[in-house]
Design a protein around this ligand. Structure first.
Ligand code: 13P
Length: 256
C-alpha cells in the first residue's frame, strides 16, 4: 500500500494564536486519518516551535510533523535575518521546503543555490521537499519537460542514492499556484511520470520509493482525482491548508 504525504505550506499567513489553533484542529483529527497518510505542517518559521509543541501536547508526533518553508544553505554565521537547517532541527522540525517557485521568483533563488540548501537540509538528517515546476509561458512553449529536467539535475546535483531517501519532490506548476486552476489529473500524472523516469535515471530502483507530491490549487474537491494517479504520492497544499477542514478532507481523499 502506498504511503501518502500531505503537506500544508502556510506561506506568510497566520498569527501565533491562529497557527496554534490550526495546528490543534489538525492534530486532533490526525488519529482518525487512514493509516497510510502522514501530514506535515509548514508554518512561518517564527511559529514553527509553537506548532511543534502543539503537536507534542496532542501526542500526534508520528502522524504529524513540522517543516520550515525555507532555510539558509550555511549552518551559521553572519547572515542577517536568515535561519539554518540546523536551527530547524534544533526546534523539532523534520522537513524543509526548498526551491519553492515563490522563492525562485521573489528572492532570485537559482538551482545552484537551492542545491546547496538541499545539501544543508540533508546534512542535518531532515527531509527536503524540493519544488520544481514550469511557468505558463514555459508550458505554452512546450518547454515543460526541459525545465523540469534542468531543475531536477541542478537541485539534486551531488545527492547520493542514500541521501535521496530523505528527498521528496513537489511538482508545482507555477500557473496553478494560488490561481484556483489546478492541473488536470492527466497533466499532473504526465509530469509526475516524467519526474519518476528522471529519478530512475539518477537513482535506479530507488526512484520507485521517492515521493512525488502535486501542488497548485489542490483542494477538497479535486484532491481525490489527483491523488488517485499512479505517480502522485501526496500534495503540497497552500490556500486549502489554512483551514483544518479542507486540509483534512484532502488527507482523507487518499486511496487507502
Ligand atoms: P495553492 O494551494 O494556494 O495553490 O499553493 C500551492 C503551493 O504553492 C504550495 O507550496
Amino acid at each position: 500500500m502506498k504511503t501518502y504525504l500531505i503537506a500544508g505550506n502556510w506561506k506568510m499567513n497566520t498569527t501565533i494564536a491562529s497557527a496554534q489553533a490550526l495546528a490543534s484542529s489538525v492534530v486532533e483529527s490526525a488519529h482518525d486519518l487512514p493509516q497510510n497518510v502522514h501530514l506535515v505542517l509548514c508554518p512561518p518559521s517564527l511559529y514553527a516551535r509553537t506548532v511543534v509543541e502543539t503537536i507534542a501536547t496532542n501526542n500526534a508526533g508520528s502522524r504529524v510533523r513540522v517543516g520550515l518553508q525555507n532555510c539558509h544553505h550555511e549552518e551559521k554565521g553572519a547572515y542577517t535575518g536568515d535561519v539554518s537547517a540546523s536551527m530547524a532541527k534544533d526546534i523539532g522540525c523534520s522537513y524543509v521546503i526548498t526551491g519553492h517557485s515563490e522563492r525562485r521568483q521573489f528572492s532570485g533563488e537559482t538551482d545552484g543555490l537551492i542545491n546547496k540548501k538541499n545539501h544543508a537540509v540533508l546534512a542535518q538528517g531532515l527531509t527536503a521537499i524540493y519544488c520544481v515546476g514550469e511557468t505558463l509561458q514555459e508550458r505554452q512553449a512546450e518547454e515543460t519537460f526541459t525545465v523540469i529536467k534542468k531543475q531536477m539535475l541542478g537541485g539534486l546535483d551531488g545527492i547520493t542514492v542514500e541521501q535521496v531517501e530523505n528527498v521528496v519532490i513537489a511538482y508545482e506548476p507555477v500557473w496553478a499556484i494560488g490561481t484556483g486552476l489546478a492541473a488536470t489529473a492527466e497533466q499532473a500524472q504526465e509530469v509526475h511520470e516524467f519526474i519518476r523516469a528522471e529519478l530512475s535515471l539518477l537513482y535506479g530502483d530507488k526512484a520507485k520509493s521517492i515521493r512525488i507530491l502535486y501542488g497548485g490549487s489542490m483542494n477538497a474537491e479535486n484532491a481525490q482525482t489527483l491523488l488517485a494517479q499512479p505517480d502522485i504520492d501526496g500534495g503540497l497544499i497552500g490556500g486549502a491548508s489554512l483551514k483544518a477542514d479542507s486540509f483534512l478532507t484532502i488527507a482523507r481523499s487518499v486511496v487507502s
